[in-house]
Design a protein around this ligand. Structure first.
Ligand code: GLU
Length: 421
């Protein structure tokens, strides 16, 4: 991977910019530039023909000064250590900005899940947990779903960990099915949290979301529900959506149910009839009110940032915008809401799930949604307040840097309070 697009180098660059802005203690800065613990392991998985195949997996604990590590496990054919390190850093800032009792972590396996059957997927998930059991735990590091992992996989993983511990260890992992004490409201919480941020951002921009035009990149855990929610909550029109194979565009709007059916029938949204086919890059440059990257990192770069027409960019994916694109967007007046604010709904409800598992006492969906709204709206307001604080000192900073400044100072202060520096 070219250095300029290595997510870990980019995440360090973001931290360096924030450190300079906030005059961060150099020791704290050095400690926060690297993960506390990085584990890579090869492990065998039994395949359908009875033979074993070796897979490579990762679990990175970035920082646990504020609480146990927290972060998803990705199953991705191009997974690599530097991406997992970057994602674990972003989890640290995400949990800190939301002010929940977690540090940051992330995991991954190099695998193309489309090549596996259900049994192989289960074997892989259980083998991952057996391999990394020493490094996770309800008070150590708590995984969750991410790209190409889902509640069923979390169920198998919780079960495997429980077998190892000869106990019921529900709190070891979040995003579980409801039957094994997942939380109400977890499945669409990433997208819903993003909607609360969008509601606040639109207020700030004096934008009416009713009838506004939206483009969404990605139709996975986040993008799928975002489509449904922007329509239901705000009466907005989704004019374009894509998956890894490409996208579809229709000026008058796309139909959610029809799209889900196309995806289910053909495995790709490409099968959607009556819309124009577009590439992922074309989708980003459409003349829409709101652009929602909800897929993977490094989508808006210095190469295309100037062409973004949207007034609000809602980063539902992790790391979709590179630091050099940030400056271009800011100068062009695009309101870019940073990933670790926008997509924090997932981990906030994961936190609720963990709390409920520890207390063995469960909340209604309404309670979950209300508490999520309270936390994420507060984060949004904190960020805007921080921007104003800097502006009063003559420093023009974008929302990402304001969010970094809040999140990093909380982690640094926790390290200080623990006597780490
Ligand atoms: N994978 C999600 C994220 O990147 C959720 C993580 C979690 O719930 O721990 O925020």
């Amino acid at each position: 991977m070219a250095d300029e697009l290595d997510p870990f180098i980019l995440s360090q660059k973001q931290l360096d910019n924030a450190a300079e802005l906030m005059d961060l203690d150099p020791i704290a800065h050095a400690m926060l530039r690297e993960p506390m613990q990085t584990v890579t392991a090869n492990f065998p998985v039994e395949m359908r023909d009875g033979n074993k195949k070796i897979f490579t997996g990762f679990r990175v604990l970035y920082n646990d000064a504020r609480g146990p590590g927290k972060g998803g496990i990705r199953f991705h054919p191009k997974e690599n250590l530097d991406t997992v390190k970057a994602l674990s850093a972003w989890m640290t800032w995400k949990c800190s900005l939301a002010n929940i009792q977690f540090g940051g972590a992330k995991g991954g396996v190099i695998v193309d899940t489309k090549q596996l059957n259900q049994k192989e997927l289960e074997n892989l998930s259980r083998a991952y947990i057996r391999t990394f059991a020493k490094f996770i735990g309800p008070k150590t590091d708590v995984p969750a779903p991410d790209v190409y992992t889902n509640p069923q996989i979390m169920g198998w993983m919780m079960d495997e960990y429980s077998k190892i511990k000869m106990d019921n260890e529900f709190a070891v992992i979040t995003g579980k099915p409801l039957e094994v004490w997942g939380s109400e409201g977890r499945f669409d919480s990433t997208a819903l949290g993003g909607m609360y941020v969008l509601r606040e951002a639109a207020k700030l921009k004096n934008m009416n979301l009713l009838g506004s035009k939206i483009a969404i990149q990605g139709f996975g855990n986040a993008g799928n529900f975002a489509f449904d929610l922007v329509t239901k909550l705000f009466g907005a029109t989704v004019v374009a959506i894509s998956d890894s194979e490409g996208g579809v565009y229709s000026e008058n709007g796309l139909d959610y149910e029809k799209l889900k059916k196309a995806k289910a029938d053909t495995g790709s949204i490409d099968g959607y009839k009556g819309a124009k086919k577009i590439t992922n890059d074309e989708l980003l440059k459409l003349d829409v009110d709101v652009l929602i990257p909800a897929a993977i990192e490094n989508q808006v770069t210095k190469k295309n940032a100037d062409k973004i027409e949207a007034k609000i960019l809602l980063e539902l994916a992790n790391g979709p915008v590179t630091p050099d694109a940030d400056d271009i967007l800011f100068n062009n007046g695009v309101l870019d809401m940073p990933d670790f604010l926008v997509n924090s709904g997932g981990v906030i409800v994961s936190y609720f799930e963990w709390v409920q598992n520890i207390e063995s006492y469960y909340w209604s969906k309404e309670e979950v949604y209300k508490k999520l709204d309270t936390i994420i709206t507060k984060s949004f307001k904190d960020v805007i307040e921080k921007q104003k604080e800097y502006a009063a000192k003559g420093k023009k900073v974008d929302a990402r840097m304001a969010a970094y400044s809040i999140a990093v100072s909380r982690v640094a202060n926790a390290m200080k309070a623990r006597g780490w520096y």
